[in-house]
Design a protein around this ligand. Structure first.
Ligand code: AMP
Length: 114
């Protein structure tokens, strides 16, 4: 059995507040939200990070972005804007080694990020 926490959420072995599911991905609320809206969009397939993406993953990565777009619309943050983040590796701030797209919104985002 996979020890990956996001694989366990995808497999419903660990609880999460799931906001979207389809054949390619699952989206759920971040357990430690950094903004009023903080959702993680994760592929069902275990891919450790952006570094591990293959050419065949291109449609899946595009799908994650379009799912985030739809959730932003549903949450009413599309008009004011939001941030999509893909952290990669330790210096990129990645703490869970399963690819995930952060959707952050509902407050003003500073730049550069901390
Ligand atoms: P990152 O630092 O980019 O790897 O982001 C990992 C994110 O996963 C963090 O924002 C965590 O708060 C979040 N997280 C970790 N475990 C869980 C969990 N069990 N359910 C929901 N979010 C989680």
């Amino acid at each position: 059995m996979s020890e990956c926490i996001f694989c366990k959420i995808v497999a419903k072995e660990v609880e999460a507040k799931i906001v979207h599911e389809d054949p390619l991905c699952v989206a759920f609320s971040d357990v430690k939200p950094q903004a009023p809206v903080h959702v993680l969009v994760v592929p069902r397939k275990h891919v450790a990070s952006v570094n591990d993406l293959l050419p065949e993953d291109e449609p899946m990565v595009g799908h994650l972005v379009l799912v985030a777009q739809q959730i932003a619309l549903q949450r009413g943050i599309a008009g004011n804007g939001y941030r999509l983040v893909l952290n990669c590796g330790p210096m990129g701030g990645q703490s869970v080694d399963h690819l995930h797209l952060h959707l952050l919104g509902g407050r003003s985002m500073g730049w550069p990020p901390g």
